[in-house]
Design a protein around this ligand. Sequence first.
Ligand SMILES: Nc1ncnc2c1ncn2[C@@H]1O[C@H](COP(=O)(O)OP(=O)(O)OP(=O)(O)O)[C@@H](O)[C@H]1O
Length: 248
Amino acid sequence: MQTTSSGAPLVRLDRISKHFGEGETRVDAVRDVSLEVYPRQVVALLGPSGSGKTTLLNIIGCILDPSSGCMELDGELVVRDGRRLRGDLRRLRLDKIGFIFQFHNLLPFLDVTDNVAIVLQLAGVDIANARKRAVALLDYLEIGHRAKAMPAKLSGGEAQRVAIARALANSPRIILADEPTAALDSKRAGIVMDLLRKLAVEHDAAIIAVTHDEKIFDRFDHIHQLRDGRLFGMHDEQIDVSRLDSPL
Ligand SMILES: Nc1ncnc2c1ncn2[C@@H]1O[C@H](COP(=O)(O)OP(=O)(O)OP(=O)(O)O)[C@@H](O)[C@H]1O
């Protein structure tokens, strides 16, 4: 299912590169990547191991600084010519970006509600309101009945929905997902992708997912392939799974 994108890009990368080390040990992890992702788009980053997917996701997520290039997030120029323009990256992440990790990263000593509420508390919301919003989000994701459960008691699919609720707590419009369905069977992977699509449409958000999961390739508007740090895009009807590189 594809949905029409709209508005100005939420993510705009202009010739972004990232290298690690110098001289003989230098690794060019991301090379000259330009990319625009619009509200309501659900896009994938695909590529063999070591092709630069995680590095690129971490640059967009303001976890890593690029070595060169420009990056705009939600209309704000965040990096110009490889120089970060904002000192407070934590605030930027809280304001604009939600992360969904492969292994959920739920805090084992907090129940489901508090795993979601903690993100809001970090952003300065008092605990009562944070919990209220957490419960509303869990209901929205149809996991409200597990609000009091501890993470260890959740199934993989339930834990992933809680992770999605947490990523949405601060209403970000840019949602980054690292292998969001890798641990799920086809049915549950489909449910998670339906949820991500719903979020993109209802919140005017952009979703960027790193994935190797062939079961969900047909759920993306665009699949961007990375090879040796370079990006190659495939659009809508051009997506032909048989032509994609083996992920391994
Ligand atoms: N902190 C680092 N220091 C040095 N080299 C790094 C660092 N992080 C990544 N690299 C290198 O950059 C390249 C890209 O790595 P990256 O993790 O982005 O690839 P990937 O496509 O996400 O791989 P995988 O699918 O295995 O997770 C690799 O050659 C990797 O070894």
